[in-house]
Design a protein around this ligand. Structure first.
Ligand code: FAD
Ligand code: NAP
Length: 514
């Protein structure tokens, strides 16, 4: 990896001298053990998604060689977070970021601590207590052994609408997060078995890009997915998929949708799939031709106006965008526990129909749509790790922070930083995540430069491991272990003409290492 001596280190002569000396020392020791004496900044990264990897990359790239080490903790035996378990299988080019992450992991100053979750109860909790989960490391233990901790553990639950939407527990209603996790082979969702055989009518609630991923997977000819890394179980199920009509339903108008043009264009171009044209009432010439529209919004509206490559009349499957409908309930027929329809409150825009931020209010009308399978795609939800409750902002859906530095009125937050979705809320593509991780890395290095962190004698993962002692009774997955799992997945895939066939449970992943 290219190492740069940042100009700002040269600005301060005292620092420059110290760093020059350390760099000289470190260069000589570069390929020896990472617990060498030159290391002055020990960083733990919690989570191996894009945010964690880009933060690690930037710290190792910008810090003088050998000054910093990064130990990355990941709860699963496999890395990459949503770059593996979120990004759709028909978007392989997006997963190319994994090549950069692989490069980061080759650094002699990087250690992967996989299959190890951060954020447990105190170690004092006896093992026999049922709630004790063995492969947990308390955050407090990490704080003893690192100068800086980058919290980049993403968002691992759904925005909960159960207080305002009833029937979410009916058979045939799923969270989009679970569905996406299922077709991407996330161990948590391997048994989801979504009921796409119950009928032809799917409803996807939400107008974000996850909703479009769900719709595209439901509508795509399954043969087009066979060579991707979608799981065999998902392929088998989707090959029986009966869905012929997908309604993608949002509570606001077309100018307020959060999906992006590229993803809409992709849906419009699906082979044999027709878009049901929008009424003029929704997509009026006034709206589309308004000079006040932002350029990307104007382009989006033009795409919606143009419609699909396959005309609706010639298509075997169809989709629509339904606007100004806020979810109220999923309903079953009498005597059944399976969803049959979805009810929505009809909304109207309050104010400027061209603005992205315009809110809606209820009109008092209700609309009911047929629904044999439903998906809630209304966004992800983050949570605080145990001990971080006081610095978590529930309504903002993220940790309190300034440019990545965790902030608090009362709690000691020295050395705590955040990156990615837990830093700014669960929104943004990988490029945005990369830039905000770079911002966090810069803040850490600045704090190190001014002496706010670093310079204590701490041991990183070696120290954590020593303190865990015989409580460390689980298999810690190293980077070379992951490479074996990776190789095994690729071999499984090549036998059936696919890029890879993922293992979908931890035991199968770990069995490769036996
Ligand atoms: P994550 O990627 O979620 O990574 C968090 C990691 O932390 C995970 O590996 C998790 O297992 C681990 N973890 C969680 N808790 C702990 C713990 N306590 N201890 C240790 N480890 C823990 N962006 C694009 O640019 N293009 C796309 O096509 C695209 N598709 C997407 C599809 C979906 C369905 C979703 C949801 C998002 C998509 N994105 C896409 C956005 C992109 O995935 C995010 O910007 C990015 O993944 C956020 O990175 P992150 O590291 O903050 O979180
Ligand atoms: P999102 O973009 O925030 O969309 C969430 C949708 O849910 C919005 O339409 C929102 O409507 C709606 N919603 C939220 N609360 C609601 C409520 N109470 N009632 C009704 N509707 C509600 O989130 P996402 O789709 O989960 O995507 C997350 C991020 O990942 C996004 O940044 C996305 O771009 C990214 N991603 C990218 C790709 C890609 O690049 N191909 C693919 C997938 C995901 P309002 O706007 O009215 O709140």
């Amino acid at each position: 990896m290219k190492k740069i001596w940042p100009c700002r280190y040269r600005r301060n002569t005292i620092f420059a001298n110290v760093f020059c000396e350390l760099r000289h020392l470190a260069t000589r020791q570069q390929f020896s053990t990472t617990s060498n004496q030159a290391v002055k900044l020990r960083v733990a990264v919690v989570g191996s998604g894009p945010a964690g990897f880009y933060a690690a990359y930037r710290i190792l790239e910008k810090a003088p060689p050998g000054i910093a080490t990064v130990d990355m903790y990941e709860k699963l035996p496999v890395p990459y977070g949503l770059a593996r378990f979120g990004v759709a299988p028909d978007h392989p080019e997006v997963k190319n970021c994994q090549e950069k992450f692989e490069e980061v992991a080759q650094s002699p100053y990087f250690t992967f601590v996989g299959n190890t979750m951060v954020g447990a109860q105190p170690l004092a909790v006896p093992k026999q207590t049922p709630s004790f989960t063995p492969n947990h490391v308390p955050l407090s233990l990490l704080r003893n052994h690192y100068d800086a901790i980058v919290l980049s553990y993403g968002a691992d639950s759904d925005k909960d609408l159960s207080s305002s939407v009833s029937g979410l527990n009916l058979a045939g209603v799923y969270s989009a997060r679970a569905f996406v996790g299922w077709y991407n082979g996330h161990p948590e969702f391997r048994d989801l078995d979504p009921d796409v055989l119950a009928g032809e009518q799917a409803v996807v609630v939400g107008h974000g890009n996850v909703a479009l991923d769900v719709a595209r997977i439901l509508l795509t000819d399954v043969d087009a997915l066979r060579k991707t890394d979608i799981t065999e179980a998902a392929l088998a199920k989707l090959s029986e998929n009966k869905v012929k009509r997908v309604r993608i339903v949002g509570r606001r108008g077309p100018a307020q949708a959060s999906f992006t043009n590229k993803e809409v264009r992709e849906l419009m171009m699906l082979n044999g799939v027709g878009f049901i044209p929008l009424d003029e009432e929704v997509l009026s010439p006034f709206l589309v031709n308004s000079a006040k529209l932002a350029r990307t919004t104007k382009r989006l509206l033009q795409l919606l106006q143009k419609g699909s490559t396959t005309p609706a009349a010639d298509a075997k499957k169809h989709f629509s965008f339904d606007f100004l409908l806020s979810p109220a309930s999923f309903e079953a027929l009498e005597g059944s526990s399976h969803v049959a329809s979805a009810k929505f409150d009809v909304m109207e825009l309050q104010g400027d129909i061209l603005s992205k931020d315009t809110r809606v209010k209820r009109t008092g009308e209700v609309s009911e749509l047929p629904c044999s399978v439903g998906f809630m795609s209304v966004g992800y939800k983050t949570h605080p790790l145990a001990g971080l409750e006081d610095i978590y902002n529930d309504s903002a859906n993220r940790l309190n922070n300034e440019a990545g530095k965790v902030t608090s009125d009362g709690m000691d937050t020295k050395g705590l930083y955040s990156a990615g979705w837990i830093k700014r809320g669960p929104a943004g593509v990988i490029a945005e995540t990369m830039y905000d991780s770079f911002e966090t890395a810069a803040v850490i290095l600045d704090d190190f430069e001014v002496g706010a962190i670093g310079g204590r004698s701490c041991e990183g993962w070696e120290g954590v491991r020593a303190d865990l002692g015989d409580k460390l009774d689980w298999k810690v997955v190293s980077w070379s272990d992951w490479q074996k799992i990776d190789k095994a997945e690729k071999e499984r895939g090549s036998k059936i003409g696919k890029e890879r066939e993922k293992f979908t449970n931890q035991n199968d992943m770990l069995a490769v290492l036996e």
